[in-house]
Write a protein that binds this ligand. Structure first.
Ligand SMILES: NC(=O)c1ccc[n+]([C@@H]2O[C@H](COP(=O)([O-])OP(=O)(O)OC[C@H]3O[C@@H](n4cnc5c(N)ncnc54)[C@H](O)[C@@H]3O)[C@@H](O)[C@H]2O)c1
Length: 338
């Protein structure tokens, strides 16, 4: 495709992320318009579609994809992604699929096999940290080699409060999934094993939830990446990363954009959620997807990255539930993704 006209996008899932992406395509991003919004909750689909000129509301993703659309943005709940991806492949449509690609490695593998059967890449996965200015600068610095070989990556991922349906396993599959991708991307390594430790849960966490957790990822490049995930920290949304290399360290996520000094104190503010902290990253992620799709290209994190993250998270959930160190079992990387 080399489209001069704006890309006609169907957005599947009109919840928090879907509605935000609809707003982004309608008001922020250039070169695309939302022509269909789909949600199994008809009222939600209609409410979101009503805010966009010429946009129709649907409850069935297949019906929306059979209409005149050029591309699909999947922002439904994780378990619904596989069916939507396979339907998009049936129409050979380019897709931006929110993370996780699918909730487990077996379903991710089925998606990867279906994309290989098409013979070309169609999917960009919504690992938006790869578009965040701070992460991009950190990656560029590591690639210069000035600091030497990365030895350790320390990550912190804190949320004000998790949603009521969040389980101990979802701290890994929904939240640590981002650090899994960030680790693979920043270091250029695959993750080979996962260990999960957890302290006595915070009294601020719902009864029975193992929150926080401390996750250790081992990589095939001989590095260690650790992740503190704390979804009910109460005070803000914080995502920080520090890489320790042979000749120095580099750190992002301190949120020092504006520091004030007044009344005997100094300090700044902490973002309250990801839509605020990663607004620039989401905008650049979707703009890049629109631009590359209009040129007939697929860039960024793809199906292999979604599969690898799913396999690592699956090992992480086993490590959480069974204890000890669990090795990650990845299939050989198919030629399409090399
Ligand atoms: N990249 C990020 O930083 C980030 C942040 C939050 C959420 N997400 C991801 O975005 C996706 C959506 O998350 P959310 O927070 O908006 O959840 P949400 O619960 O607010 O919205 C999900 C929506 O999907 C709809 N839905 C469920 N099954 C469907 C189906 N078969 N067809 C059509 N619609 C269906 C639901 O009715 C709901 O409206 C998830 O995959 C989540 O992991 C990514």
């Amino acid at each position: 495709m080399n489209r001069r006209e704006p890309l006609r996008v169907a957005v599947i899932g009109a919840g928090r992320m879907g509605a935000d992406h609809v707003r982004r395509i309608d008001r922020v991003v250039s070169g695309a318009r939302v022509t269909a919004v789909v949600d199994i909750d008809a009222e939600r689909a209609e409410a979101v579609a009503a805010g966009v000129d010429g946009c129709t509301a649907h409850t069935d993703p297949a019906a929306a994809m059979a209409a005149d659309v050029d591309a699909v943005l999947i922002a439904s709940s994780g378990p619904a992604h596989e069916a939507a991806l396979l339907t998009a492949f049936a129409h050979d449509l380019p897709v931006l699929c929110e993370k996780p690609l699918t909730p487990d490695a077996a379903s991710a593998l089925r998606v990867m096999e279906a994309e290989q059967a098409l013979g070309h890449r169609r999917v960009q996965v919504g690992f938006m940290r790869r578009y965040d200015t701070e992460y991009v600068r950190l990656k560029a610095l590591l690639e210069t080699g000035r600091l030497g070989r990365p030895l350790m990556l320390h990550n912190r991922h804190r949320n004000v409060a998790g949603p009521p349906f969040f389980t101990s396993a979802m701290l890994i599959t929904d939240s640590v999934a981002h650090e899994v991708d960030a680790t693979r991307w920043l270091l250029g390594h695959e993750i080979t094993a996962v260990t999960v430790l957890s302290p006595t849960p915070s009294s601020g966490a719902p009864e029975g939830l193992r929150d926080p957790q401390f996750v250790v990822l081992e990589t095939d490049g001989g590095a260690l990446s650790d992740v503190e995930i704390f979804v009910n920290c109460g005070f803000g949304y914080q995502v920080q990363a520090e890489v320790v290399c042979e000749r120095g360290t580099a750190r992002i996520g301190d949120g020092h954009a504006l520091v004030t000094s007044t009344a005997g104190r100094w300090g700044g503010t902490i973002a309250q959620d990801w839509t605020e902290r990663f607004a620039q990253a989401y905008d650049d992620e979707i703009q890049t997807w629109v631009d590359t799709t209009r040129r007939g290209e697929v860039t960024g994190p793809g199906t292999w990255d979604g599969y690898a993250a799913a396999a690592v998270c699956e090992a992480g959930v086993r490590a959480l539930e069974e204890g000890g160190r669990v090795e990650v079992d990845l299939v050989e990387k198919p030629a399409l993704y090399r």
